[in-house]
Design a protein around this ligand. Structure first.
Ligand SMILES: N[C@@H](CCC(=O)N[C@@H](CS)C(=O)NCC(=O)O)C(=O)O
Length: 277
């Protein structure tokens, strides 16, 4: 049982002290959701193995009254199993599967292109002792020099917001992914944007993006958990002539977006799709 209601979390931080890792962000929110206080062990990319007494090369890691748990997903499962009387992170096995799908879609759609736009900020904002390791490891990962990867990002950044439309549609219908209250699906998705805010020295989303409401509420949770002074604003991307529309103004119609409750409910759509010319 967590002593003094406190769980120790090994953080992965930038020089400003703000968390960079999306996995650590999701874990911070999970611990707060379960009602714990967090004792942070600070640090950056180098020396993780030493800091964790040889137990892990990756973060997050938690220690709960002497019990070490590695891996953000396993930590969330551990917390629900060990503390079933506290608010649940997961709402059954289906939620696990769908959360993994949503997260991997967000990694492909958002993190992958943003990584290529913000990797230089990511390296430059890291702790001075991490620069060499981050440069070397990320250049191997990307197969190119960091400086070359970010060239042309002003042309690529405007292409990302329109691709997030399916996620916006989801949040048009529901206050949180978890319904009336956030759950682990919200935290995994928020973590993508918290990572982005930790490194984005130029904003990735337009000021009027409808995702802003969910994002602001998410960053404000638990006394402003996502509001570290080292974070950057996500909003304010300036579009240039020829850039695509960043989001749909009108709600989606028909098909996926409406419920068939009889001919009355589909008549307008039928007229629209059968009208000649
Ligand atoms: N499956 C792990 C992944 C953790 C992970 O990859 N963490 C990265 C940060 S995003 C890390 O520790 N990186 C250290 C490094 O790059 O050396 C989890 O969910 O916790």
């Amino acid at each position: 049982m967590a002593r003094n209601n406190t769980i120790t979390l090994y953080d992965l931080q930038l020089a400003s002290g703000c968390t960079i890792s999306p996995f650590v962000w999701a874990t911070k929110y999970a611990l707060k959701h379960k009602g714990f206080d967090i004792e942070i062990v600070p640090g950056g990319f180098t020396g993780i193995l030493e800091r964790t007494g040889g137990r892990s090369e990756r973060l997050p890691v938690i220690v709960d009254d002497g019990e070490w748990v590695l891996d953000s997903w396993l930590i969330a499962e551990y917390l629900d199993k060990k503390y079933p009387d506290r608010p649940a992170l997961f709402d059954g096995p289906t939620m696990r599967t769908l959360t993994r799908f949503l997260e991997s879609w967000l990694w492909t759609t958002a993190i992958r292109p943003w990584f290529g736009c913000y990797i230089k900020d990511y390296r430059d904002l890291s702790l001075p002792e991490d620069h060499e390791y981050v440069t070397r490891s990320r250049e191997i990962m990307l197969g190119r020099k960091i400086e070359d990867v970010v060239v042309g990002r002003e042309d690529r950044l405007p292409l990302v917001p329109p691709t997030l439309e399916p996620f916006r549609q989801l949040l048009r219908e529901s206050k949180w992914l978890g319904g009336d209250a956030p759950n682990y699906a919200d935290y995994r998705a928020l973590a993508i944007f918290l990572w982005t805010a930790s490194v984005a020295t130029t904003p990735p989303l337009t000021a009027a993006d409808p995702l802003r409401d969910w994002l602001d509420r998410g960053f404000d949770l638990y006394g402003g958990l996502g509001r570290h002074p080292g974070m950057h604003t996500l909003f304010g991307l300036k579009l240039r002539p020829g850039d695509p529309e960043p989001f749909d103004e009108a709600p989606p119609q028909g098909g996926l977006a409406s419920r068939n409750t009889g001919p009355q409910s589909t008549r307008a759509e039928t007229e629209r799709i059968t009208r000649p010319g």
